[in-house]
Design a protein around this ligand. Sequence first.
Ligand code: NAD
Length: 422
Amino acid sequence: MPAEGANLQKELNPLRNAERQFDEAADRLNLPPGIREVIKRPRRATIVSLPVNLDDGTLKVFTGYRVQHSIVRGPAKGGIRYHPDVTLEEVEALAAWMTWKCAVVNIPFGGGKGGVVCDPSRMSKGELERLTRRYAADLSDLFGPESDVPAPDVNTNEQVMAWIVDTYSMHERRTEYAVVTGKPLEVGGSAGRREATGRGVLLCVREACEHLKRPLAGARVAVQGFGNVGSVSADLMAKEGAKIVAVSDVSGGVHDPAGLDVKALITWVADHRGVKGFPGGKPLTTPIVEHDCDILVPAALENQITHENADRVRARIIAEGANGPTTPDADRILRDKGAFVIPDILCNSGGVTVSYFEWVQNRMGFYWPEREVNQRLEQYMVQAFHDVLAKSLEHKVDMRVAAFMVAIERVVKVIMLRGVYA
Ligand code: NAD
């Protein structure tokens, strides 16, 4: 591989990036000797081989992972990803980000993540159900409301969560809803969970605008990815008076300097499976992260802003709806340009926060109206934003380093109180 290609490969390695982000913050904290290693490494990583009967009568063995990065502040919490490119390293990185995310938003969870190497687009519903049940059964000793609580991630959804509830409950001989979150409303889900991540993005952007003394009303917003996070963020920001000037997804992109009609775009996407061809805007011909706007919301994939394009990002505020959209190399460039990046572990933590509320409601057996869920979400998000902002101003560091510092300090505080069983 040519040197430049090898460098880019390194830049895009999620575990390396998660460790670099951790190290940059940990270097600024006076951590007790040895503690740094304790919190950096995953607590436990499990690999399972999952035999599944396929529809054609053959038996195929899939590989599954579950990584518990930390259970210091509470049960491991984090989604399960189904994707052909899943690796143990990627799951480790995502699990670590969950530890820091739960600590930043100050909910009593640790961090975990799971994954199965599979291509759901080539599997029938029956095959996916059998794979999910086998994964849940093999990991049922790890899972539990007090120990490890999965949720949906890329290519898993409410239905997959309902299968896990059922499998776990069959083994336990009683119904246990609190074993996963992101469930259908009818199976112990929470009001407001679907919109929670996008709502959290809006709340962070609103606070950032106030801090930077820039009105959100009238601000020009570009959104990459128009799935759950992107579409809800765009819709809620438009309701606050922002102009959504460009949107892209896997099908293509559309733009209108006067602002797109977000409701009409949502309807179009539901009918046409993508933003491409939306008659209320012109096709986007340049990469959306380089679009002329005030606020950029990457809400699709990791590694979208790299050292190769960071210099061409024009937005003043970058609100990371996605996990890991900006590499550490790109972060440096954005910092030097004076961009205000709201880091993923803060910006998209609304989802896990309402997952926490879902878990609480399951354990109480009492369900809150959506208004109450949203009010509580706002309290947590606004508090977290200002905890991170205060740290950033105090130490003269960017919001990402500050968020990691807040999170690491919270985890270390608990370790020092509990002590290390060494
Ligand atoms: P989703 O599957 O609902 O939507 C993903 C969107 O990204 C789709 O519109 C897809 O077309 C688009 N996309 C894919 N490739 C693209 C490309 N190359 N260019 C432009 N758009 C592209 O997923 P989601 O739940 O909205 O998650 C998006 C991101 O947010 C992921 O990184 C996810 O890990 C993160 N996240 C989601 C939640 C949540 O609650 N859903 C919570 C925290 C973080």
